[in-house]
Design a binder for this molecule. Structure first.
Ligand code: 13P
Ligand code: SF4
Length: 331
């Protein structure tokens, strides 16, 4: 007999002290089952405030890890321990190499303030925390960089070169990318690691021109993980929640093309809303989680044999927590 996953998930949620969490990029059928939804910043804040001892997190690895770091007493399970491709581009040793690069180019270690995008492993967040740095998300990067600049130090921004450059441009700061052309840390305010999101790289200035030619007057809204040339050409750039708000506040007759992950854009799609790409910009790892995976994970709690539990060692929790809490303290 086949299992009615939706009905079983509802039953398990009632029977267990569990909160199901989903990022906006999850498949619709998984997203609909969640008690808590949001973008990265909202999820971090809401999970911290949530009181259930069990969290089942539908998203990518760094998100589940972040909950464990913020609330180590919670048991955090992930239906799929799927990894964000950008987060995989940097580990502790690449982070150390970036710090060394700056030191070799005349910046003392004490004069470096690292900021890591939340899309990074807990081990990278811990290194950032140990150096007095911050985590940021695409919602609050402006405020966090502003806060970092108050220290008078050089900002080392990891791992997303696009986010780092986009906010530097917005704030009128000089930036450079390690390994890309001349990158002299003495000449720049924000020194970026050379990581990127393969999904958001799919959007191009040609796509923008295509839509503007086809629908004169159309608005273009993109995520700041897109290339700086795309962000500069767009009408609006913002995090997932900021994009949703922007589109909701437009006149219903206003056409808009959106450059971010497909599941989210598809959910927002109305008659005047388009995906800014001729290909389907799905995040492959966000798409891995299925209803069956969610059911199996909840059932494993009921059966007292939890699967896919997130563990983070004590040292990493201690220092990654510093970097995350410094971010959460900034309103
Ligand atoms: P948000 O901070 O907008 O949720 O972005 C997360 C992400 O992975 C974007 O690709
Ligand atoms: Fe990571 Fe990009 Fe997927 Fe976001 S869309 S989770 S940055 S790979």
């Amino acid at each position: 007999m086949s299992i009615d996953y939706k009905a079983e998930i509802e039953r398990l949620k009632k029977d267990l002290d569990v909160t199901v969490v989903a990022h906006y990029y999850q498949r619709d059928e998984v997203f609909e089952m969640a008690d808590i939804t949001g973008d990265s910043l909202e999820l971090a804040r809401k999970c911290k405030a949530d009181e259930n001892p069990w969290v089942v997190f539908c998203g990518v690895g760094f998100m589940g890890q972040s909950v464990k770091v913020i609330a180590p007493e919670k048991r955090v399970l992930m239906p799929k321990i799927a990894c964000c491709a950008m987060a995989r581009m940097i580990d502790g040793s690449y982070f150390d190499d970036s710090v060394n690069y700056m030191v070799e180019h005349g910046i003392a270690k004490e004069d470096i303030l690292p900021i890591t995008y939340i899309n990074s492993d807990a081990s990278v967040k811990a290194k950032v925390g140990e150096m007095g740095g911050y985590v940021c998300t695409s919602s609050n990067a402006f405020k966090i960089i502003e806060k970092g600049l108050e220290t008078g130090k050089k900002i080392l921004f990891v791992p997303d070169r696009c986010l780092g450059q986009n906010f530097a441009i917005k704030m009128g700061l000089k930036s450079c990318v390690i390994g890309e052309g001349e990158c002299d840390p003495k000449e720049a305010d924000v020194i970026c690691f050379n990581g990127f999101c393969s999904v958001h790289q799919l959007f191009t200035v040609d796509d923008i021109e295509f839509y503007r030619n086809k629908y004169p007057g159309i608005k273009i809204a993109v995520h700041p993980e897109c290339d700086p040339a795309v962000v500069q050409a767009a009408d609006f750039a913002g995090s997932t929640s900021q994009l949703i708000k922007y589109v909701n506040e437009l006149d219903p007759e206003q056409k808009v093309a959106i450059g971010t992950e497909y599941n989210l854009v598809n959910r927002m799609r109305q008659k005047n809303t388009y995906v800014l790409s001729s290909t389907k910009p799905e995040c492959p790892t966000m798409n891995e989680t299925t209803l069956e995976d969610l059911y199996n994970t909840l059932k494993s709690i009921e059966d007292n044999k939890p699967i896919n539990e997130i563990h983070v060692d004590e040292h990493t929790v201690k220092y990654a927590n510093l970097a995350l809490e410094r971010m959460l303290a900034i309103k």
